[in-house]
Design a protein around this ligand. Structure first.
Ligand code: FAD
Ligand code: FES
Length: 255
């Protein structure tokens, strides 16, 4: 899907963690049309620095209120500029882009770091009759604010931390086999650092479970024109993460 430009109005732009911000944007067309797992490409400056848009997943959309929610980690110039936007400022959003998740009846949502953003969206937009379990991986307990984003949803949340300061010590893969032994899932949805996604995909493969990965490759155009985001498929084809993804079956692509 190639999306369209919508000039949104910033409704809220708050810091929610040491380097993580939550921006709510009034963008009624995208709020109505976005799907879980899709993203928008944000123009962070009206000039040429930086020139390229920055892809950010929808962490939420509310068709009634006409808003989309973006959760972003400040890592460089573009995301730093996003923090400077205030209520009522205009933000240029190109979207909805890409293909999202397919959510089955019994689903496990696994998120690490800022890859938790699309899982917040999935948890908020579960199809009728779907039962979800959430598994989150943080560096330490200071990142526990991510878990609060799931509080209003009817989901069980499991936490791992790299240093053991909250939940189980280790990565999400440490608890994945026991979680899957105790609950039957039709599919695992995962987004986060590449080693974590690889680990989750490996466990899913060993258990014979379907696994959908959301790739966050660096992007140029975001709309299929530059090949900057290409990944190799297991079938020998090259896939564009911006158009064919960002969500893929984990058996479909190398990542
Ligand atoms: C489909 C998709 C969805 C995304 N969703 C989110 C989201 O919901 N929230 C969020 O915070 N970020 C998300 N990202 C990542 C986000 O696009 C980048 O962090 C952002 O573009 C960085 O811009 P910058 O100008 O601040 O940093 P830059 O100055 O461009 O880069 C700063 C540092 O971050 C690294 N970096 C930049 N982009 C990426 C990337 N895609 N993957 C790994 N390292 C990167 C660079 O190598 C560099 O070291 C997503 C990326 C994709 C492709
Ligand atoms: S970012 Fe240009 S083709 Fe995907």
């Amino acid at each position: 899907m190639s999306g369209y430009v919508e000039l949104g109005r910033v409704v809220e732009n708050e810091q929610i963690g040491s380097d993580v911000w939550c921006m709510v944007v009034y963008a009624p067309k995208q709020a109505k049309e976005a799907k879980v797992g899709q993203f928008c490409d944000v123009r962070v400056a009206m000039g040429t620095m930086p020139l390229l848009r920055r892809p950010i997943s929808y962490a939420g959309f509310n068709a009634q209120e006409g808003t989309i929610t973006l959760l972003y980690r400040v890592v460089g110039k573009g995301t730093e500029l996003m923090t400077q936007l205030s209520v009522d400022d205009t933000i240029d959003c190109l979207g909805p882009l890409g293909n999202g998740f397919t959510i089955p009846k019994r689903v496990l949502l696994v998120g690490g770091g800022v890859g938790i953003a699309p899982m917040v969206c999935a948890s908020n937009h579960l199809p009728e009759g779907t039962k979800a379990t959430v598994l989150l991986g943080f560096r330490n307990k200071e990142e526990a604010f991510w878990a609060d984003l799931f509080k209003q949803d009817k989901v069980d949340v499991h936490i791992t931390t790299d240093d053991g300061s909250l939940g189980t010590k280790g990565f999400p893969t440490a608890v994945l086999p026991s979680l899957c032994a105790n609950t039957k899932f039709d599919s695992i949805l995962v987004c986060g650092p590449t080693p974590m996604m690889k680990g989750v995909a490996q466990v899913a493969h060993e258990l014979g479970l379907s696994c959908q990965v959301s790739l966050e490759n660096r992007m140029g155009c975001g709309t299929g024109g530059c090949l900057g985001c290409a990944v190799d498929g297991q079938d020998g084809r090259r896939y564009k993460v911006c158009m064919d993804g960002p969500v893929f079956d984990s058996e479909e692509v190398g990542f």
